[in-house]
Design a protein around this ligand. Structure first.
Ligand SMILES: [Zn+2]
Length: 219
């Protein structure tokens, strides 16, 4: 694990063995009772609280950076592979952040889902739209020859939405459900609705990649 510092490994081990310093531990070692509260936000303190839920600005920023880092690394790997030409957007493609991590910003990558991906003209402002971390558009097998996503007719598109989420290592289910609910309206809007049969419609699939904060990966 050359990219993981000793300090980071130490913290992961502490998390896994429930020895990260929290108010719960302070209470235990000082033999005091009462609810363990987060000294930063006043919420109920625990290791998952620090790593996932604490809403204080500094921690929120760390959580967002961790998410963007993961998205960047995954996006970088996907764009190098055979699905590279299908990439339409990658949300965490913040060029400043990527250059900090020595990752080059891929060309032609936009932050929002472009209008042409939707089968009909959109009249809802983009801020009402959920934004998955990645969007890939490829032809449905046997129904298209174009590899350029824009050239594929809407009904022949095989659209893949990618969402990365950090979650609890022991209880990922709720995060999975949240991700699916979050993008359901978008999935509906991306679907074509031919009355001439389902086989004439496009395909829209959401892939949720769950990363446990202690290093567990669900897929
Ligand atoms: Zn807190």
């Amino acid at each position: 694990m050359p990219n993981v510092t000793f300090k980071e490994q130490e913290q992961v081990l502490k998390y896994r063995t429930d020895t990260i310093h929290t108010d719960k531990h302070t209470k235990r070692f000082s033999h005091t009772t009462g609810p363990a509260t987060c000294p930063l936000c006043g919420g109920s303190d625990s290791a998952p609280h620090i790593l996932l839920r604490c809403n204080i600005h500094t921690l929120k920023r760390l959580h967002i950076n961790r998410h963007n880092h993961a998205v960047s690394l995954c996006g970088e790997e996907i764009s190098k592979g055979k699905l590279g030409s299908a990439f339409v957007t990658m949300d965490a493609c913040n060029s400043e952040k990527l250059s900090d991590l020595n990752i080059e910003t891929p060309d032609d990558i936009e932050r929002n889902i472009p209008d042409w991906v939707f089968p009909t003209r959109q009249n809802l402002p983009t801020r009402h739209q959920s934004r998955p971390d990645g969007v890939l558009v490829m032809p449905i097998e046997g129904r298209g020859r174009h590899l350029d996503p824009k050239q594929i007719p809407p009904k022949d598109r095989d659209i893949h939405l990618v969402e990365f989420k950090f979650c609890s290592d022991i209880n990922p289910q709720q995060t999975l459900e949240t991700a699916h609910n979050q993008h359901q309206p978008l999935i509906q809007r991306l679907r074509t609705r031919s009355l001439r049969g389902i086989s004439r419609n496009n395909q829209v699939t959401l892939h949720v990649i769950l990363l446990g904060v202690g290093g567990t990966i669900y897929n």
